[in-house]
Write a protein that binds this ligand. Structure first.
Ligand SMILES: NC(=O)c1ccc[n+]([C@@H]2O[C@H](COP(=O)([O-])OP(=O)(O)OC[C@H]3O[C@@H](n4cnc5c(N)ncnc54)[C@H](O)[C@@H]3O)[C@@H](O)[C@H]2O)c1
Length: 396
């Protein structure tokens, strides 16, 4: 089948490769000309997809990236995989989803299966996408993406895939499409259930991470190690799931998706109190880190050379979206410290480049990638670890 995927970011390219591997002829559509040229030259921009894999699909005609909207026409399936960020008031910004729907409305006159994989609140497919695509008998389904960038155990193929259709025919067609490259398809009774499941999954993580972050602060005040407590609690074979404390939450999902749920909750008159409190706790973690660093040093950090190690939001990925490292660095600078950062995957970020670790008075470890130079970190005068990766140093 000819498949068009709107948006070639983390999600869109991952699905493109999955569908191409199943023998579909994939058009990876994106507005970003540089990205499209890069992809067509066989250079993927995300972890987990190799140059040779992408180049192989290009040379066999199974993948082509395009900025030409007319390439959407004639596709059996069209997948929407565009950003769903928050606006400046932390409310859902569906402008990218609306633009994708309007693009389909203008360009696609042959009936197709239209699937939304972008994460959004329940009702998005039915109320925000389908009504913008008129005059053609398309089928509409929702299948929220669960990709975990950098995860080598769970990928598109073996992660169970939720599917909900606006009609039984749409559901059946979506099942057939995803069944061609996913091992397990879980049909739910409506697109709203699929959409809600995705944001509830991420809300579950956000709230539990906030809980463990609060618990880490309680433990520290009590003089016990939160990580040892969590390890001990996790020996219970039922009813407990371990989460680790850290400097906050980052990426496109955990800090963002729960606010989509809070928004829709507000619209139906139910206060989303857990989400609000979890946001507050997680957003306050960088300030807690800086407070602990100052307390650990035993003196002012003014004019101290500080290196923040790891600025991506999680290990072994280069993604810096919503990373708590940004607030940690800004707050350290507010205290007068001379702050540089080191990240072997990120390279350059916010107009600055990665610096060496060695020679700093203070190292604050926010994220650790495999192969990070532990000796260089431990060679710094004072080390504060937010990751639990380094033994025998201060941290959370
Ligand atoms: N990144 C993740 O780990 C992850 C996991 C699961 C779900 N999601 C969800 O998937 C969706 C996409 O996220 P992402 O991480 O892939 O985003 P991304 O920013 O990596 O990529 C989105 C791409 O869409 C393109 N784009 C924007 N508007 C477009 C348009 N009108 N037409 C064509 N292309 C357009 C952008 O140029 C960009 O390349 C979001 O809803 C996100 O919440 C992300």
């Amino acid at each position: 089948m000819r498949v068009a995927i709107i948006g070639q970011g983390y999600v869109g390219l991952t699905i493109a490769v999955g569908a191409a591997a199943a023998g579909h002829k994939v058009i990876g559509f994106d507005l970003n000309q540089d990205l499209v040229e890069r992809l067509n030259s066989g250079k993927p921009h995300i972890e987990g997809i190799s140059d040779s894999q992408l180049a192989g699909f290009i040379s066999s005609g199974l993948f082509t990236a395009s900025t030409d909207p007319s390439d959407l026409e004639g596709s059996g399936a069209i997948v929407i995989a565009v950003p769903t960020p928050l606006d400046s008031n932390r409310n859902p910004d569906l402008s990218f989803v609306h633009a994708a729907a309007e693009l389909i409305n203008q360009q696609v006159k042959t009936p197709a299966l239209i699937i939304n994989e972008s994460t959004s609140y329940p009702g998005t497919l039915r109320n925000e996408i389908a009504p913008r695509i008129l005059g053609v008998e398309h089928l509409f389904a929702s299948s929220p993406e669960r990709v975990d960038p950098g995860n080598t155990q769970w990928g598109t193929k073996n992660t169970p895939r939720l599917v909900g259709g606006l009609t039984p025919a749409a559901l059946a067609k979506a099942r057939e499409f995803y069944g061609s490259f996913c091992d397990s398809i879980i049909e739910v009774s409506s697109p709203e259930v699929a959409e809600a499941a995705k944001i509830f999954e991420n809300t579950f993580r956000q709230v539990n991470i906030a809980l463990v972050n609060e618990f880490a602060q309680i433990s520290d005040a009590l003089g016990i190690s939160s990580r040892e407590v969590i390890e001990a609690a996790a020996t219970k074979p039922y009813g407990f799931m371990p989460f680790n404390p850290g400097p906050g939450v980052g990426g496109h999902c955990i800090p963002v998706d729960p606010s989509y749920l809070a928004h829709v909750a507000n619209e139906v008159g139910v206060p989303a109190t857990f989400i609000k409190r979890a946001n507050e706790v997680n957003l306050a973690m960088p300030a807690y880190v800086v407070k602990r660093v100052i307390a650990g040093c035993g003196e002012s950090i003014k004019d101290k050379m500080v290196v923040v190690v790891g600025v991506s939001y999680k290990s072994n990925v280069a993604d810096t979206r919503e990373t708590p490292a940004a607030a940690v660095i800004d707050l350290l600078r507010e205290q007068g410290a001379k702050v540089v950062w080191h990240d072997e995957l990120v390279g350059s970020w916010r107009g600055e480049s990665s610096s060496p670790i060695a020679g700093a008075d203070i190292a604050v470890v926010v994220t650790t990638h495999d192969g990070v130079d532990i000796d260089a970190i431990k060679g710094c005068g004072y080390v504060f670890d937010c990751t639990g990766y380094l033994a025998g140093v201060d941290g959370i």
